[in-house]
Design a protein around this ligand. Structure first.
Ligand SMILES: [Zn+2]
Length: 87
């Protein structure tokens, strides 16, 4: 008796779930096939390396030099720490 009253109140599962299908592969991809597919996806050599004009270490072109950035950040943090005596 309890189940019948609930089934009248709630919509069916068809109304709750939106009508779309998930893409599902038809067969299991074997280890060999998976390895063959990913064989040509290996790491490639970086071509966009340049020398930093500030410190001379290698860095990515059009990127901040991590060595210069860390030294500037360290100096800036030391400066703010010495300026603020409360903390
Ligand atoms: Zn640098």
């Amino acid at each position: 008796m309890f189940g019948t009253s609930w089934s009248l109140l709630l919509p069916s599962l068809h109304d709750l779930i939106p009508p779309f299908l998930l893409a599902v592969p038809k067969k299991k991809v074997s280890h060999s096939r998976k390895a063959m597919r990913s064989a040509n996806k290996g790491l490639k050599d970086k071509q966009n390396l340049v020398h930093c004009p500030g410190c001379g270490s290698a860095k990515l072109a059009h990127h901040l030099c991590p060595r210069c950035y860390s030294s500037i950040n360290r100096a800036w943090k030391a400066m703010t720490r010495s300026d603020d005596p409360a903390s």
